[in-house]
Design a protein around this ligand. Structure first.
Ligand code: HEM
Length: 277
């Protein structure tokens, strides 16, 4: 009888521990892999790469790999990850990108000379996800592009080979290259008015998830046009609705309490049955 009790007590304690650890683990990593958080901020000291405001904004490490394009040397790319931060005020969306690049390549004037560059791509029509290779004819993308040689451009694309610059770009970018040697990094901050949407331009006032993808070119490695390192599609969770962290935490807590209750009641049941033997 005493043996039964000890076994049951031990089983109950072990079950409780398993439940607590399975409930606690998802709470820590509840953010889906392709979600990039967006901080909603009231004041915006964010326009410059080294602005203090960025210290409060979480960063996501986004992996990059060679774009599967048919241009020569498409698989020879060198940047493997870009750090992405995003913040939104009532007026503007700010996107900060930082990646390691030992050399600051600003010219593309000589024949074999190429400039460093970076781009952010959004679907024009935010309700469906376009092909990652710069959209398609029926599903175009709005691209924010900065290159050391041409500066900031806003583009429309409906597949590789169709990129067209907007005549009246609405995107601004501020950049810096700092540090030395292998630790040197590029930082680029893009920003755009939320209400600058128009035909063929992504509406940033969306309150659904907003798909976003990134591309980086290392000029001194010969990277340009289709030869570049790209991400998969990620998304900014603009929904703010039931998927928000407080709601998730509440759900996990309720699930945890329910599991503990079931284990408790079952253990008690076994105890009573065995006790009556
Ligand atoms: C993942 C598959 C991708 C493939 C196969 C691909 C392919 C290409 C090709 C062949 C070009 C040269 C023709 C043109 O200018 O349209 C190009 C240019 C360009 N791509 Fe992509 N791309 C991919 C993804 C991306 C992504 C994710 C972005 C942005 C985040 C992007 C941004 C650009 C830009 C800005 C240019 C023009 C660059 C320049 O003028 O040198 N691409 N791409």
């Amino acid at each position: 009888m005493a043996d039964h009790r000890r076994t049951l007590a031990l089983t109950a304690v072990l079950s409780a521990l398993i439940v607590v650890s399975t409930v606690a683990a998802p709470m820590v990593s509840a953010r889906p892999a392709h979600e990039i958080p967006v901080s909603e901020v009231s004041t915006a000291d964010l326009a410059e790469p080294d602005a203090d405001g960025w210290e409060e904004v979480p960063a996501s490490d986004v992996p990059l790999s060679s774009a599967p394009s048919s241009v020569p040397n498409a698989d020879d790319t060198s940047i493997e990850t870009v750090d992405v931060q995003a913040a939104r005020t009532d007026q503007r969306l700010y996107v900060r990108l930082e990646w390691q690049d030992a050399t600051r390549d600003m010219n593309a004037s000589a024949t074999r000379e190429f400039a460093d560059a970076v781009a952010v791509q959004f679907p024009v029509n935010t309700s469906s996800r376009p092909p990652i290779a710069m959209g398609g004819p029926d599903n175009r993308v709005n691209v924010w592009y900065w290159s050391g040689s041409t500066g900031t451009q806003e583009l429309l694309a409906g597949g590789a080979g169709s990129t067209t610059p907007f005549q009246n770009p609405t995107v601004q970018a501020n950049t810096s290259h700092s540090g030395t040697g292998g630790n040197a990094t590029w930082t680029v901050v893009y920003s755009r008015q939320l209400d600058a949407s128009s035909e063929n331009r992504t509406d940033l006032r969306t309150d659904g998830d907003l798909d976003v993808a990134f591309a980086v070119w290392n000029g001194s490695n010969g990277e340009r046009s289709g030869q570049k390192a790209v991400s998969e599609w990620h998304y900014y969770p603009f929904s703010g609705g039931p998927q928000g962290p407080p709601y998730e935490t509440l759900l996990w807590t309720l699930a945890g309490i329910a599991i503990v209750a079931v284990v408790g009641v079952t253990s008690f049941g076994i105890y009573r049955t065995r006790g009556a033997e």
